[in-house]
Ligand binder design. Structure first.
Ligand code: AMP
Length: 277
Protein backbone atom coordinates (compact mmCIF):
# COMPACT_ATOMS: atom_id res chain seq x y z
CA UNK A 1 0.00 0.00 0.00
CA UNK A 2 1.48 3.26 -1.22
CA UNK A 3 0.79 6.38 0.85
CA UNK A 4 1.33 9.81 -0.68
CA UNK A 5 0.60 13.42 0.20
CA UNK A 6 1.76 15.73 -2.57
CA UNK A 7 -0.01 16.08 -5.91
CA UNK A 8 3.25 15.21 -7.67
CA UNK A 9 3.53 11.86 -5.82
CA UNK A 10 -0.19 11.16 -6.29
CA UNK A 11 0.09 11.65 -10.06
CA UNK A 12 3.16 9.44 -10.32
CA UNK A 13 1.46 6.70 -8.28
CA UNK A 14 -1.78 7.00 -10.31
CA UNK A 15 0.18 6.64 -13.57
CA UNK A 16 1.58 3.33 -12.36
CA UNK A 17 -1.95 1.86 -11.98
CA UNK A 18 -3.23 0.11 -15.10
CA UNK A 19 -6.84 -1.01 -15.34
CA UNK A 20 -9.96 0.02 -13.46
CA UNK A 21 -9.66 2.23 -10.37
CA UNK A 22 -12.21 2.56 -7.57
CA UNK A 23 -12.01 5.74 -5.47
CA UNK A 24 -13.24 6.01 -1.86
CA UNK A 25 -13.05 9.58 -0.49
CA UNK A 26 -13.08 9.82 3.33
CA UNK A 27 -12.25 12.20 6.16
CA UNK A 28 -10.51 9.39 8.04
CA UNK A 29 -11.12 8.04 11.54
CA UNK A 30 -12.33 5.01 9.66
CA UNK A 31 -15.07 2.62 10.79
CA UNK A 32 -16.89 -0.37 9.30
CA UNK A 33 -19.01 1.93 7.14
CA UNK A 34 -15.95 3.30 5.34
CA UNK A 35 -14.44 -0.18 5.10
CA UNK A 36 -17.60 -1.53 3.44
CA UNK A 37 -17.09 1.04 0.67
CA UNK A 38 -13.44 0.03 0.33
CA UNK A 39 -14.33 -3.68 0.13
CA UNK A 40 -16.94 -3.00 -2.53
CA UNK A 41 -14.45 -0.90 -4.50
CA UNK A 42 -11.89 -3.70 -4.23
CA UNK A 43 -14.40 -6.28 -5.47
CA UNK A 44 -15.38 -4.18 -8.48
CA UNK A 45 -12.03 -2.71 -9.62
CA UNK A 46 -8.47 -3.77 -10.26
CA UNK A 47 -7.13 -0.99 -8.03
CA UNK A 48 -8.44 1.03 -5.10
CA UNK A 49 -7.50 4.57 -4.07
CA UNK A 50 -8.63 5.92 -0.69
CA UNK A 51 -8.34 9.60 0.15
CA UNK A 52 -8.11 10.77 3.76
CA UNK A 53 -8.65 14.51 4.08
CA UNK A 54 -10.55 16.51 6.68
CA UNK A 55 -11.71 19.13 4.20
CA UNK A 56 -11.75 22.55 5.90
CA UNK A 57 -14.00 24.17 3.28
CA UNK A 58 -16.99 21.96 4.10
CA UNK A 59 -17.02 22.93 7.80
CA UNK A 60 -18.95 25.97 8.98
CA UNK A 61 -17.39 28.52 11.34
CA UNK A 62 -19.17 27.00 14.36
CA UNK A 63 -18.55 23.38 13.40
CA UNK A 64 -16.08 20.77 14.60
CA UNK A 65 -13.13 21.15 12.15
CA UNK A 66 -10.44 21.55 14.79
CA UNK A 67 -11.70 18.71 16.98
CA UNK A 68 -12.77 16.33 14.19
CA UNK A 69 -11.29 12.96 15.25
CA UNK A 70 -8.09 11.85 13.54
CA UNK A 71 -5.98 8.69 13.82
CA UNK A 72 -3.94 8.19 10.66
CA UNK A 73 -1.88 5.23 11.89
CA UNK A 74 -5.02 3.31 12.84
CA UNK A 75 -6.67 4.23 9.51
CA UNK A 76 -3.71 2.90 7.54
CA UNK A 77 -3.64 -0.32 9.56
CA UNK A 78 -7.33 -0.86 8.77
CA UNK A 79 -6.81 -0.23 5.05
CA UNK A 80 -3.70 -2.38 4.57
CA UNK A 81 -5.43 -5.79 4.89
CA UNK A 82 -8.13 -4.75 2.40
CA UNK A 83 -5.68 -4.60 -0.50
CA UNK A 84 -5.84 -0.83 -1.03
CA UNK A 85 -3.22 0.24 -3.59
CA UNK A 86 -2.90 3.91 -2.83
CA UNK A 87 -3.84 6.22 0.05
CA UNK A 88 -3.75 9.92 -0.69
CA UNK A 89 -3.54 12.11 2.42
CA UNK A 90 -3.10 15.65 1.11
CA UNK A 91 -2.57 18.61 3.42
CA UNK A 92 -4.90 21.62 3.25
CA UNK A 93 -2.04 23.47 1.48
CA UNK A 94 -1.96 20.81 -1.26
CA UNK A 95 -5.71 21.13 -1.88
CA UNK A 96 -6.03 24.89 -1.34
CA UNK A 97 -2.68 26.57 -2.03
CA UNK A 98 -2.27 30.26 -1.46
CA UNK A 99 -4.39 32.23 -3.96
CA UNK A 100 -6.97 29.45 -4.36
CA UNK A 101 -10.29 30.81 -5.70
CA UNK A 102 -12.16 28.20 -7.77
CA UNK A 103 -15.37 26.56 -6.53
CA UNK A 104 -17.85 23.99 -7.78
CA UNK A 105 -21.46 24.61 -6.77
CA UNK A 106 -24.59 22.54 -7.35
CA UNK A 107 -27.72 24.69 -7.30
CA UNK A 108 -31.23 23.71 -6.11
CA UNK A 109 -30.34 20.29 -4.68
CA UNK A 110 -28.12 21.92 -2.07
CA UNK A 111 -30.85 24.28 -0.78
CA UNK A 112 -32.92 22.04 1.56
CA UNK A 113 -32.01 19.74 4.48
CA UNK A 114 -28.27 19.69 5.21
CA UNK A 115 -27.74 22.61 2.82
CA UNK A 116 -30.21 24.77 4.75
CA UNK A 117 -28.62 23.93 8.11
CA UNK A 118 -25.01 24.07 6.95
CA UNK A 119 -24.55 27.04 4.58
CA UNK A 120 -21.54 26.54 2.29
CA UNK A 121 -21.13 22.88 3.28
CA UNK A 122 -21.92 21.40 -0.12
CA UNK A 123 -19.82 23.97 -1.96
CA UNK A 124 -16.87 22.64 0.02
CA UNK A 125 -17.86 19.03 -0.63
CA UNK A 126 -18.39 19.34 -4.38
CA UNK A 127 -15.22 21.40 -4.82
CA UNK A 128 -12.99 18.92 -3.01
CA UNK A 129 -14.63 15.88 -4.62
CA UNK A 130 -14.24 17.43 -8.09
CA UNK A 131 -10.55 17.94 -7.31
CA UNK A 132 -10.25 14.33 -6.12
CA UNK A 133 -11.89 13.12 -9.34
CA UNK A 134 -9.55 15.20 -11.49
CA UNK A 135 -6.47 14.06 -9.63
CA UNK A 136 -7.27 10.35 -9.31
CA UNK A 137 -9.26 9.73 -12.53
CA UNK A 138 -11.35 6.87 -11.08
CA UNK A 139 -13.45 4.40 -13.07
CA UNK A 140 -15.97 4.26 -10.22
CA UNK A 141 -16.38 6.38 -7.08
CA UNK A 142 -17.93 5.04 -3.88
CA UNK A 143 -20.13 7.00 -1.47
CA UNK A 144 -22.40 6.06 1.43
CA UNK A 145 -26.19 6.31 1.55
CA UNK A 146 -25.62 7.54 5.13
CA UNK A 147 -24.99 10.97 3.59
CA UNK A 148 -27.98 10.81 1.25
CA UNK A 149 -28.02 14.44 0.12
CA UNK A 150 -24.26 14.42 -0.42
CA UNK A 151 -24.63 11.38 -2.69
CA UNK A 152 -27.45 13.10 -4.63
CA UNK A 153 -25.48 16.34 -4.98
CA UNK A 154 -22.31 14.60 -6.17
CA UNK A 155 -24.30 12.49 -8.62
CA UNK A 156 -25.75 15.71 -10.03
CA UNK A 157 -22.26 17.21 -10.31
CA UNK A 158 -20.93 14.09 -12.09
CA UNK A 159 -23.75 14.33 -14.65
CA UNK A 160 -23.60 18.09 -15.08
CA UNK A 161 -19.80 18.34 -15.40
CA UNK A 162 -19.47 15.14 -17.48
CA UNK A 163 -17.04 13.38 -15.17
CA UNK A 164 -16.31 10.08 -16.96
CA UNK A 165 -16.97 7.81 -13.99
CA UNK A 166 -19.70 5.75 -12.38
CA UNK A 167 -21.11 6.62 -8.95
CA UNK A 168 -21.76 3.72 -6.59
CA UNK A 169 -23.91 4.41 -3.51
CA UNK A 170 -23.43 1.83 -0.74
CA UNK A 171 -25.92 0.98 2.04
CA UNK A 172 -25.55 2.46 5.53
CA UNK A 173 -23.56 0.27 7.92
CA UNK A 174 -25.10 0.22 11.42
CA UNK A 175 -24.17 -0.82 14.92
CA UNK A 176 -26.05 -3.84 16.31
CA UNK A 177 -28.62 -1.53 17.92
CA UNK A 178 -29.30 0.35 14.68
CA UNK A 179 -27.17 3.47 15.18
CA UNK A 180 -25.60 4.46 11.85
CA UNK A 181 -21.83 4.26 12.10
CA UNK A 182 -20.17 7.67 12.03
CA UNK A 183 -16.81 9.10 13.02
CA UNK A 184 -18.78 11.63 15.09
CA UNK A 185 -20.27 8.88 17.31
CA UNK A 186 -16.97 9.14 19.18
CA UNK A 187 -18.20 12.43 20.68
CA UNK A 188 -21.15 10.74 22.44
CA UNK A 189 -20.95 10.04 26.15
CA UNK A 190 -22.47 6.84 27.49
CA UNK A 191 -25.97 8.23 28.04
CA UNK A 192 -25.99 10.00 24.66
CA UNK A 193 -24.76 6.85 22.91
CA UNK A 194 -27.68 4.88 24.37
CA UNK A 195 -30.14 7.63 23.48
CA UNK A 196 -28.78 7.88 19.92
CA UNK A 197 -30.67 4.74 18.85
CA UNK A 198 -33.75 6.96 18.80
CA UNK A 199 -32.90 8.09 15.24
CA UNK A 200 -33.09 4.51 13.96
CA UNK A 201 -36.23 3.83 16.02
CA UNK A 202 -37.89 6.95 14.70
CA UNK A 203 -37.07 6.09 11.06
CA UNK A 204 -38.22 2.51 11.65
CA UNK A 205 -41.52 3.75 13.11
CA UNK A 206 -42.23 5.88 10.04
CA UNK A 207 -41.18 3.07 7.70
CA UNK A 208 -43.57 0.67 9.44
CA UNK A 209 -46.44 3.12 8.81
CA UNK A 210 -45.39 3.37 5.15
CA UNK A 211 -45.29 -0.39 4.84
CA UNK A 212 -48.76 -0.52 6.38
CA UNK A 213 -49.98 1.64 3.49
CA UNK A 214 -49.63 5.20 4.87
CA UNK A 215 -48.74 7.64 2.07
CA UNK A 216 -49.32 10.98 3.80
CA UNK A 217 -45.84 12.47 4.21
CA UNK A 218 -46.86 14.73 7.10
CA UNK A 219 -48.11 11.69 9.02
CA UNK A 220 -44.66 10.10 8.60
CA UNK A 221 -42.88 13.31 9.67
CA UNK A 222 -45.15 13.51 12.74
CA UNK A 223 -44.40 9.89 13.57
CA UNK A 224 -40.64 10.51 13.41
CA UNK A 225 -40.99 13.62 15.61
CA UNK A 226 -43.16 11.75 18.12
CA UNK A 227 -40.59 8.96 18.55
CA UNK A 228 -37.72 11.49 18.80
CA UNK A 229 -39.71 13.38 21.45
CA UNK A 230 -39.65 10.32 23.71
CA UNK A 231 -35.89 10.82 24.14
CA UNK A 232 -35.12 13.83 26.38
CA UNK A 233 -31.48 14.05 25.21
CA UNK A 234 -32.52 14.42 21.55
CA UNK A 235 -33.03 17.90 20.06
CA UNK A 236 -34.55 17.80 16.58
CA UNK A 237 -32.94 20.05 13.97
CA UNK A 238 -35.03 18.84 11.04
CA UNK A 239 -37.19 15.88 10.07
CA UNK A 240 -38.02 15.33 6.42
CA UNK A 241 -40.04 13.16 4.08
CA UNK A 242 -38.92 14.29 0.63
CA UNK A 243 -38.91 13.22 -2.99
CA UNK A 244 -35.87 10.98 -3.48
CA UNK A 245 -34.63 12.80 -6.59
CA UNK A 246 -35.49 16.48 -6.02
CA UNK A 247 -35.33 16.37 -2.18
CA UNK A 248 -38.44 18.61 -2.13
CA UNK A 249 -40.77 17.99 0.83
CA UNK A 250 -43.72 15.79 -0.11
CA UNK A 251 -47.40 15.95 0.75
CA UNK A 252 -48.31 12.54 -0.65
CA UNK A 253 -45.78 9.79 -1.40
CA UNK A 254 -46.25 8.49 -4.93
CA UNK A 255 -42.73 7.32 -5.85
CA UNK A 256 -39.34 6.83 -4.23
CA UNK A 257 -38.98 8.94 -1.07
CA UNK A 258 -36.29 9.83 1.45
CA UNK A 259 -36.97 9.96 5.18
CA UNK A 260 -34.16 11.94 6.79
CA UNK A 261 -33.30 13.81 9.95
CA UNK A 262 -30.65 15.77 11.81
CA UNK A 263 -30.75 15.52 15.59
CA UNK A 264 -28.52 16.99 18.28
CA UNK A 265 -27.56 14.52 20.97
CA UNK A 266 -26.04 16.92 23.47
CA UNK A 267 -23.51 18.88 21.39
CA UNK A 268 -23.16 16.15 18.77
CA UNK A 269 -25.11 16.48 15.55
CA UNK A 270 -26.23 13.14 14.10
CA UNK A 271 -27.91 12.47 10.75
CA UNK A 272 -29.64 9.38 9.42
CA UNK A 273 -32.08 8.37 6.69
CA UNK A 274 -34.13 5.57 5.15
CA UNK A 275 -35.17 5.23 1.52
CA UNK A 276 -38.81 4.28 0.86
CA UNK A 277 -40.00 2.58 -2.32
P1 AMP B 1 -16.76 10.68 5.91
O1 AMP B 1 -15.41 10.18 6.32
O2 AMP B 1 -17.73 10.82 7.04
O3 AMP B 1 -16.70 11.87 5.01
O4 AMP B 1 -17.39 9.51 5.02
C1 AMP B 1 -16.71 9.03 3.87
C2 AMP B 1 -17.66 8.19 3.07
O5 AMP B 1 -18.13 7.09 3.86
C3 AMP B 1 -18.92 8.96 2.63
O6 AMP B 1 -19.28 8.57 1.30
C4 AMP B 1 -19.94 8.52 3.63
O7 AMP B 1 -21.27 8.59 3.15
C5 AMP B 1 -19.54 7.07 3.86
N1 AMP B 1 -20.04 6.59 5.14
C6 AMP B 1 -19.94 7.20 6.36
N2 AMP B 1 -20.57 6.49 7.30
C7 AMP B 1 -21.12 5.41 6.67
C8 AMP B 1 -21.90 4.29 7.10
N3 AMP B 1 -22.27 4.15 8.37
N4 AMP B 1 -22.25 3.37 6.18
C9 AMP B 1 -21.88 3.52 4.89
N5 AMP B 1 -21.15 4.54 4.41
C10 AMP B 1 -20.77 5.47 5.29
Amino acid sequence: MNTVSSLFDLRAARLSLNGTVGLVPTMGYLHEGHLSLVSRAKAENKHVIVTIFVNPTQFGANEDLSKYPRDLERDLSLLRPLGVDLVWMPTAEVMYPSGYQTWVEVDALTSPLEGAMRPGHFRGVTTVVAKFFNATQPTKAYFGQKDAQQAAVIRRMVTDLNFPLEMVICPTTREADGLAMSSRNKYLNEAERKAATVLFRSLSGAKALYEGGERNAETLREKMKAVLATEPLAQIQYVSCADYDSLAELEIITGKALLSMAVFMGKTRLIDNFVLG
